[in-house]
Design a protein around this ligand. Structure first.
Ligand SMILES: Nc1ncnc2c1ncn2[C@@H]1O[C@H](COP(=O)(O)OP(=O)(O)OP(=O)(O)O)[C@@H](O)[C@H]1O
Ligand SMILES: [Mg+2]
Length: 497
């Protein structure tokens, strides 16, 4: 299989400004999404899963600071693109399904309208044509401006964070306070200088791109005008022809010709506009695709008339109307009961296959991961601590945190949770030194409290950040519960072959 990357996250680091200090939510994570695959991001509450997906969707809270890294989609860094282009990507090329379907639906609008609304926003086909024609040049221009603004904004955020940190200090001597004041003054000056330099750096390029854009806009306008005139002329000619036919026809032929005239008028409208009727037809087809029985009746109902599972199907339908290339699902089934959960997972798997979607699937449940994943990223305290194919993570796990997660999956037969993970996740304003999981791990060594483990390579597709993989580390065995389960399921696999 080819390893065609649809999306690539590199060294992403995201902090949040909070009243208590800087919270380190995502710390230097990297992963690739391969076309047609599902990547599961798994980890406990607070490990940074949703922040990661929100960064991809460009919907991070205002107090977020993107400290480092990039998210590459179609050669562009999503963290640096203009608002305009983001609107095109968000909800179009990249769709997202959230945990609670109710919060993504409007309670007082009929389901059918909510599905067609998304399509009808861009119903003017001439406008779509014009936008397509100028799109590349517009994006190039806007991105340059956006890059400039983001560079300046990021520097400003860093300055503000620095000032906040200095001001939050307690028990400072007068001497220190004076020094801090000087430091802030110097940073402010440096920022002003940076802003000026950055503006200058982009000015020439922006001017050139703007001139190119204006020329393209002029040509596009002309092209759309010509198209519109051509379509109108054809329509007029066709109508005249039919009218003539009608006048010369016998009574019995008249109904048929009148129908043809109506049809010609409809076709003409369809060339200029996506009609409500067309949108409705498409909506019903998508409702069928996501398994809503009797869609014609359901179309006119309100969200409250739907069960939780059906509502989630509607949310998926809405995401699909835009034909996305990537689908991000953030815990889409946690609010549902187990049987419905299984049906929704099956649905997501099916549409993923049929539409060749690439999925990022977020969950805290390794049982769900087993049903969905081609590849798995295990997150702990804002870091990816293990990354591999589903097979590698389930049959050859290396990180003690992955072991702990695997030990806590309820048994399929007894349904009993085997072992809860002891302790609580760390406070991310003061993330622990070294391996953040050390304090909760019975495999922790001295070095785990001092130094952060690098990503050790296990295979070309499998990496884990644990000192246990260091050549000097003592050899330890994974917990018996985990190795026993692996042994049993391998035996079962062999039997089934
Ligand atoms: N706007 C914000 N301001 C401050 N802290 C935030 C903000 N958003 C998220 N965080 C913090 O970032 C960390 C990661 O949060 P995130 O929502 O990504 O967790 P998660 O892995 O999705 O957890 P869950 O399984 O509970 O959904 C948490 O410590 C959270 O409190
Ligand atoms: Mg979350």
């Amino acid at each position: 299989m080819s390893q065609d990357k649809v999306l690539s996250v590199n060294n992403l680091t995201i902090n949040f400004k909070t009243d208590n200090g800087i919270l380190k939510a995502v710390r230097d994570i990297s992963f690739d999404l391969i076309r047609g695959e599902t990547l599961c991001i798994v980890g406990e509450s607070g490990s940074g899963k949703s922040v990661t997906s929100k960064a991809i969707m460009g919907i991070l809270a205002n107090n977020a600071i993107i400290e480092n890294g990039n998210i590459i989609y179609r050669g562009e860094n999503l963290l640096e693109i203009s608002e305009e282009e983001f609107y095109k990507i968000r909800g179009h090329k990249i769709g997202m399904i959230f945990q609670d379907p109710l919060s993504s639906l409007n309670p007082i609008v009929r389901i059918g309208k909510q599905i067609t609304e998304a399509m009808l926003i861009n119903s003017d086909k001439l406008k779509i044509m014009y936008n397509d024609l100028i799109s590349d040049d517009l994006i190039r221009y806007k991105n340059t401006i956006a890059k400039r603004n983001i560079e300046i904004a990021n520097e400003k955020k860093k300055l503000e964070a620095f000032i906040a940190e200095v001001k939050a200090k307690e028990n400072v001597s007068a001497q220190e306070r004076a020094a801090d004041k000087e430091a802030i003054k110097a940073k402010k000056l440096a920022f002003k200088e940076f802003e000026k330099k950055t503006r200058e750096k982009y000015e020439k390029k922006a001017k050139e791109l703007k001139a190119v854009l204006e020329e393209t806009q002029r040509q596009a306008k002309q092209q759309v005008k010509e198209y519109k005139e051509k379509v109108a002329a054809e329509h007029k000619a066709r109508l005249a022809e039919l009218e003539k036919k009608l006048a010369a026809s016998s009574e019995s032929e008249k109904t048929k010709i009148k129908e043809e005239i109506e049809n010609e008028k409809l076709q003409y409208t369809n060339k200029l506009k996506l009609t409500k009727a067309e949108a409705q037809k498409r909506a019903l087809a998508i409702m069928r695709e996501v398994g809503i029985p009797d869609p014609e009746r359901r179309f006119k109902q309100y969200p409250f008339e739907f069960s939780g599972g059906m509502r989630q199907r509607i949310v998926i339908a809405i995401a699909l109307t835009a034909s996305p290339e990537i689908l991000i699902c953030d815990e889409p089934t946690t609010a549902l009961d187990v049987t419905i959960q299984a049906q929704i997972l099956e649905l997501i798997n099916r549409i993923k296959e049929e539409r060749n979607l690439s999925c990022i699937f977020i969950t805290h449940d390794l049982g769900v991961v087993a049903n969905m994943a081609d590849r798995v990223a295990v997150m702990y305290a804002g870091k990816i601590v293990e990354y591999g194919t589903a097979e590698e993570i389930f049959y050859d796990p290396k990180h003690p945190y992955t072991w702990a997660l695997l030990s806590s999956i309820p048994d399929v037969d007894s349904k009993e949770k085997l072992e809860a993970i002891p302790g609580t996740p760390p406070n991310m304003i003061y993330p622990p030194k070294g391996d953040a999981f050390a304090a909760r791990s019975r495999y922790a060594m001295n070095i785990d409290y001092r130094e952060e483990p690098p990503m050790f390579k296990v295979s070309d597709t499998h990496y884990a950040a644990t000192w246990l993989l260091d050549p000097h580390a003592p050899k330890v065995e994974m917990p018996k519960i985990v190795s026993e389960r692996i042994r049993i399921s391998l035996e079962e696999d062999q039997k089934n072959e």
